[in-house]
Design a protein around this ligand. Structure first.
Ligand code: NAD
Length: 414
């Protein structure tokens, strides 16, 4: 099935136990270069990841990369934007990392990213948002932001169930709504917002497990349940229910905290609480230090992740991953920035830090820490790409590849 992919014979398939990747010295991992600036940022990222692993583990560990294809490169090679072989590879081997993909114009694909998440059932979008010392940021105290977002990836208004104004389907839904006592304006476009107990609970479970593993103090369910009671309100209720049923020993609800513990969490207990989404946007700016893990439905999560990324310095260094059961796809969160294609100019930080999440997922924390420290030092030394250089005084402008090399230099001298 993978004959044309050159799978290294000395690599191993990553094994999973209870949803966690087991230590694998030579894991086979797929990479998708991506379109536009993708090849530039991937090249810098691959060098940094390989070098960090070599410095941390010498010859005892090494990633065995396999190029898999999606986007324009896949289309040129196979005539398809997302070949079946690519999704089959990720289902079989579990891990891949990707650069950004352009949305094909015409051709019936809404978004390759959405298609990948759907076909692989990558239901949890993971976005850590923290500030690195020296990064130009628009807020006064960016150091107070250290939040990790778990965004539901498969449901909500993004499920793709929407119909044009005046279409047969829209008319039928308007008539059906009327039958059930809801008057909708004739001629409206219609979109559905499905949210299930299954979909909400598996996402919130990942968020709580993460908080337990990282010993973080709170998990906040972010919703608009005050208005959308049966969808977002249920998201919140299912969250509290899950915490009680499956993590009763490790968690406490905010209500119980105030009812029985004077607002002080018993040692080792994670506080589960909820915030209305609009309030959460204020909280993120006014009291960011009080939040650690956020679990959100799809749309709220989309908005919140870009807002928090901006708060700590922008998309150039905002990493991401999409998790399913026993599989994960790590990715730069920005797009293909086509005007900078092939210029070796943009910031590779987003993809490099997505690689850091991947190393942590593999349990290779020594290599992950080396990269984070190397990147932070490069920024502190003001050796940066154009997006930061133009906002700093006295900074040296580096190309994309040079920024990667600067991180490697810092790792070597650490
Ligand atoms: P974009 O993120 O590609 O670019 C917007 C602007 O952000 C750029 O012009 C640039 O100024 C800046 N930027 C982006 N990445 C940067 C980096 N690494 N370093 C420095 N600056 C950076 O958004 P867009 O122009 O709206 O979208 C272009 C294409 O990318 C579209 O086809 C879109 O569908 C696709 N897209 C893909 C993904 C993905 O693959 N995850 C995400 C968003 C958009």
């Amino acid at each position: 099935m993978f004959d044309s992919l050159n799978i290294p014979t000395d690599g191993q398939k990553v094994q999973f136990l209870n949803g966690k990747a087991q230590d694998t010295p030579n894991p086979i991992i797929g990479f998708i270069e991506g379109d536009g600036i993708g090849p530039d940022i991937w090249s810098a990222t691959q060098n940094v990841l390989d070098e960090a692993v070599r410095i941390a583990y010498d010859s005892n560990k090494q990633i065995k990369w396999v190029e898999i294809f999606a986007g324009e490169k896949a289309h040129k090679k196979t005539g398809e934007w997302l070949p079946q072989q690519t999704t089959d590879f990720i289902k079989e081997f579990g891990l891949a990392i990707k650069g950004p993909l352009a949305t094909p114009i015409g051709g019936g694909i809404r978004s390759l990213n959405v298609a990948l998440r759907k076909q692989l059932d990558l239901y949890a979008c993971f976005r850590p948002c923290r500030w690195f010392t020296g990064v130009p940021a628009p807020v006064v105290e960016p150091q107070n932001v250290n939040m990790t977002i778990f965004r539901e990836n498969t449901e909500d208004i993004y499920a793709g169930a929407e119909w044009e104004a005046g279409s047969e389907a829209s008319k039928e839904f308007i008539a059906l709504a009327k039958k059930h006592g809801k008057i909708l304006r004739d001629g409206s476009a219609i979109g559905l917002k499905p949210m299930s107990e299954f979909g909400s609970k598996r996402l919130i479970k990942k968020a709580i497990e993460y908080a337990i593993e990282k010993k973080l103090p709170t998990v906040t369910l972010v919703h608009k349940g005050n208005i959308m009671k049966f969808t977002e309100g249920s998201f919140m209720e299912w969250g509290y229910e899950l915490a009680k049923e499956e993590f009763g020993a490790q968690t406490i609800s905010e209500k119980e905290l105030w009812d029985n513990h004077n607002g002080v969490a018993p040692a080792g207990k994670i506080v589960i609480r909820d915030r209305i989404a609009d309030n959460m946007f204020q909280q993120a700016l006014l009291r960011p230090a009080e939040y650690s893990v956020l679990a959100l439905p799809n749309l709220n999560g989309d908005y919140m992740s870009d807002a928090l990324a901006a708060q700590v310095g922008g998309l150039g260094i905002a990493p991401g991953a999409n998790f399913g059961d026993n599989r994960a796809l790590f990715e730069a969160t920005h797009g293909t920035a086509p005007k900078y294609s092939g210029m070796d100019k943009v910031n590779p930080g987003s993809l490099i830090l997505s690689g850091v999440i991947m190393l942590e997922y593999l349990g290779w924390t020594e290599a992950a820490d080396l990269i984070e420290a190397g990147l932070e030092k490069a920024i502190q030394d003001k050796q940066v790409t154009y997006d930061f250089e133009r906002l700093m005084t006295g900074a040296t402008l580096l190309k994309c590849s040079e920024f990667g090399n600067e991180i490697i230099k810092n790792m070597k001298s650490a």
